[in-house]
Write a protein that binds this ligand. Structure first.
Ligand SMILES: [Fe+2]
Length: 292
């Protein structure tokens, strides 16, 4: 059995190919396109995986993609009815959704010579994250945790893995997100590019966690192990923050609201020098992330 796994229309688009349970090839699209974090449909990574396996697209039995638009349907509906996001925000989400309507169509366009005759499986985003860790781990039974920006309306999920089963026991839903917390504060520290979080992590050891009081205002721990953001410091839930996921370097608009400048002091411009207060802020962000 040949399974092709895809991360598509998201940063770090990638493909992998598994034959009878054995990994044959895996690659990120950025390696072929030479654009860091390339987002879109990973046609070159798929081509590479097929070549490594010595097969054509027609031999693939199953394609798994790490997103399921049907997941968390009722929480999405409830949220939309309760919060009434701006029509521009709803439109932009729908456009992004429509863009990756058909994986089979994308495959047909990218590989006109190979006829895909297999089945496409849409795997809920966090279940895919949990599976990518647990199913290849040496453990028969384990607690499993996934934390990211967002995927399928969730930003975190946790549960139990047993054998080849994973039971999700809890989630954090949009607009609360530890990934968005880290990304927004990374922007505030003057690192605007997608994926710049590692710079904040690298900066953290130079400072001291002097701003934990402010951090605990931004992120609140819940008794069930989850967390919430104080949304007054963020824009992603209320405005149409530009997220570009198609055909190039991912671009993200400003995620934090002016209230964050009032809490932490003025945002650092990218060209400004890094001062001790920036080191301390980086350390505090990292410490808050670890605390959660
Ligand atoms: Fe994710």
């Amino acid at each position: 059995m040949i399974i092709l796994g895809l991360n598509a229309y998201h940063a770090d688009a990638a493909a992998c190919l598994v034959r009878d349970g054995e990994l044959i090839a895996a690659a990120e699209e950025e390696r072929f396109r030479r654009i860091k974090h390339w987002a879109g449909f990973p046609s070159e990574a798929i081509r590479y995986c097929l070549e490594e396996a010595g097969i054509g697209l027609e031999s693939v039995d199953h394609v798994a993609i790490n997103r399921d638009p049907k997941a968390n349907f009722w929480p999405k509906v409830r949220y939309t009815l309760a919060k009434r996001p701006s029509p521009a925000l709803v439109l932009s989400r729908l456009r992004n959704r429509a863009r990756w309507g058909s994986v089979a169509e994308e495959l047909a366009a990218a590989f006109p010579d190979g006829k895909f005759a297999g089945t496409v499986h849409e795997i809920e985003h966090h279940l895919a994250h949990l599976a990518s860790a647990f199913l290849v781990s040496p453990f028969e039974e384990a607690a499993v945790v996934s934390v990211d920006g967002f995927g399928d309306f969730s930003s975190a999920a946790w549960g139990i893995g047993r054998g080849s089963d994973i039971t999700v026991e809890g989630r954090v839903l949009f607009p609360h997100s530890l990934g968005i917390f880290y990304q927004a504060l990374t922007q505030h520290l003057g690192f605007p590019h997608y994926g710049d979080e590692y710079k904040v992590m690298g900066l953290a050891p130079y400072g001291a966690p002097t701003m934990m009081e402010a951090m605990r205002r931004i992120v609140r721990l819940e008794n069930d192990g989850g967390f919430r953001l104080d949304l007054k410091y963020f824009r992603h839930h209320a405005e149409n923050v530009a997220y570009e996921w198609v055909g190039g370097e991912p671009k993200v608009g400003r995620l934090y609201a002016p209230a964050l400048d009032e809490l932490l002091g003025p945002a650092r411009r990218p060209a400004e020098p890094l001062e001790p207060r920036h080191h301390d802020l980086a350390r505090s962000i990292q410490a808050m992330f670890e605390e959660v």
